[in-house]
Design a protein around this ligand. Structure first.
Ligand code: PEP
Ligand code: MN
Length: 360
């Protein structure tokens, strides 16, 4: 997939204000529910109204969506509010119906992105469409699979493409419904800076009281937009009740969000920034220098161990180092989690160096 600035251009056509905001219920439930929510979202920061019509549920027995009838409600909502309409599509039949009802934005859900057959079927049905198509990340933390979905659509001639970051499922219980793994989205953004990146804090957090915090994080990371589930009566929503907010709360969220700029012309700021960045670059170079030195010491230890035929891994010593470093790290304001990750990586590299010596 080439890096094509036209991907971002479609954003400029629609996003009257940065960031691009997509809001609406997890699921369309009734015609009056759809119309009431859309009515409260018109003339706000919202440019695109979302509502699931076909709901992929992890387990059977839940509400699986109202089906094609919901498309008629969206058409009505569009006529009454002027908002663009977005639905999730999971197969070619959904695409056909959505196009017949002139839906503006089609998104591929996390449970569909994992399946290249399904994504290809959708891409084939969308050949050369000028509709906006958004690809949610797959449920598993796999950047290649996510990109693969985007590439299938790109190859089918879909030009108004974007991605939605909705977090990843884990076996362990965490405080998130789907852990963000921000670094995956950041890597995607740095490889394809022109591909609009939208955060879905609703599915990341799974709870409405954390939407604000995760939305701010996304904006701080220079995301292009937000998709936030919004319902007139969240507690009685037919799906994802805990994570939906009312239109009033949504408006408050946007009042409180701090929108960041990418750059400024201000000379004083730019001079200070340049100095600080030079300092950072110098510190990074020193960091590498010290790590290189550390590995040389490691190799000397390796040579010594080789002489006496001693095992490379010494768990007791290693655990002592870790505990000591966690304590010392605290005095430098470094989190335990970071120190652990850093030293695990250092240790791994150290073992590689010693192995090289010992088996030479
Ligand atoms: C949704 O947007 O309501 C949805 C089902 O999301 P996801 O595909 O991210 O689980
Ligand atoms: Mn949902």
């Amino acid at each position: 997939m080439e890096n094509n600035a036209s991907m971002r251009k479609w954003l400029d056509d629609f996003a009257l204000s940065h960031p691009l905001v997509i809001a609406g219920p997890c699921s369309a439930e009734t015609e009056s529910q759809v119309l009431a929510i859309a009515d409260q979202l018109k003339n706000s920061d919202v440019s695109i109204f979302r509502a699931g019509i076909w709901k992929p549920r992890t387990r059977p027995g839940g509400f699986e969506g109202v089906g094609a009838i919901g498309l008629k409600w969206l058409q009505k909502a569009k006529a009454q509010t002027g908002l663009l309409m977005a639905v999730e599509v999971a197969n070619a039949a959904h695409v056909k119906l959505a196009l017949e009802h002139d839906i503006d934005v089609l998104w591929i859900g996390a449970r569909t992105t994992v399946n290249p057959f399904a994504v290809q079927e959708i891409a084939d049905a969308l050949q050369k469409t000028d509709k906006i198509v958004l690809v949610k990340n797959p449920v598993n933390p796999d950047l290649a699979l996510w990109l693969g979905g985007v590439e299938r659509l790109y190859n089918a001639g879909v030009k108004k493409l974007g991605v939605v970051h909705r977090g990843f499922s884990t076996y362990e219980k965490t405080t998130y419904r789907n852990i963000p793994e921000w670094q995956i989205a950041i890597e995607l953004q740095s490889r394809f800076p022109d591909l609009p990146l939208i955060c879905d804090p609703s599915h990341i957090t799974g709870r409405r009281d954390r939407i604000q915090e995760v939305s701010q994080q996304a904006l701080d990371l220079n995301y292009d937009g937000l998709m936030i589930e919004t319902h007139i009566d969240p507690d009685h929503a037919w799906s994802d009740a805990a994570q939906q907010v009312t239109p009033t709360v949504l408006k408050q969220i946007f009042k409180d969000l701090r929108i960041r700029n990418l750059s400024t012309e201000e000379t004083d700021f730019n001079t200070r920034m340049f100095q600080l960045r030079t300092d950072i670059d110098r510190a990074d170079t020193k960091l590498l220098e010290i790590l290189g030195k550390r590995m040389q010491i490691s190799e000397q230890i390796g040579a010594l161990k080789k002489e006496k035929n001693i095992a490379v891994l010494q768990s007791k010593r290693w655990n002592e180092i870790l505990q000591k470093m966690i304590c010392e790290g605290r005095t430098y304001g470094l989190s335990e989690e970071f120190v652990l990750r850093l030293f695990k990586a250092v240790h791994q590299e150290s073992i590689v160096h010693q192995e090289k010596i010992i088996n030479r």
